[in-house]
Unconditional design. Structure first.
Length: 100
C-alpha cells in the first residue's frame, strides 16, 4: 500500500515536469545570476514582476519578448541584455514568473 502511494506521488510529479518551467529552468538558463524569486538582486524579484503584471492578459507574451530581446528602463537604470534561451523556454519562464 505504501509503495502504491509513493509510486502515485512520483508519477504525479513526473507528469508535472515537462509542461511547467521552474526555478530549475531559470537556474539552468542563468536567470538566477541577476534575479531572485522574492528579493531584488541586479534585476527585479520575479515576484515583483508577477505583481506588476497581475491581471494583464498580454503580459506572458510581452515578458517572453523581454527575455528574448532584453528590456530596459522598465524597472530602473540597469538594462537586461537579450537572453540566449529557446523561444519556448522564454515563454515557459514568462508563464512561470507570472504564477509567483
Ligand atoms: C545580466 C543580468 C540579467 C540576467 C542574466 C537576466 N535578467 Fe531579467 N532583468 C534584468 C534587469 C536589470 C531587468 C530590469 C530591466 C528594465 O528595467 O527594463 C530585468 C527584467 C526582467 C523581466 C521584466 C521585463 C519587463 O518587461 O518588465 C523579466 C520577465 C526577466 N527579467 C526575466 C528574466 C529571465 C527569465 C532570465 C533568464 C532567461 C533573465 N531575466 C536573465 C537582469 C537580468
Amino acid at each position: 500500500m505504501k509503495t502504491l502511494v509513493v509510486l502515485t506521488a512520483l508519477a504525479a510529479s513526473f507528469a508535472a515536469l515537462p509542461a511547467t518551467a521552474s526555478v530549475e529552468l531559470a537556474t539552468k538558463s542563468k536567470c538566477m545570476t541577476c534575479h531572485q524569486v522574492d528579493k531584488k538582486a541586479l534585476g527585479p524579484a520575479f515576484k515583483e514582476i508577477a505583481a506588476k503584471y497581475k491581471g494583464d492578459k498580454t503580459a506572458e507574451g510581452m515578458l517572453a519578448d523581454s527575455i528574448l530581446k532584453g528590456a530596459k528602463g522598465k524597472w530602473g537604470k540597469i538594462p537586461m541584455p537579450a537572453q540566449k534561451v529557446a523561444p519556448a523556454d522564454a515563454q515557459a519562464l514568462a508563464k512561470w514568473i507570472l504564477t509567483l
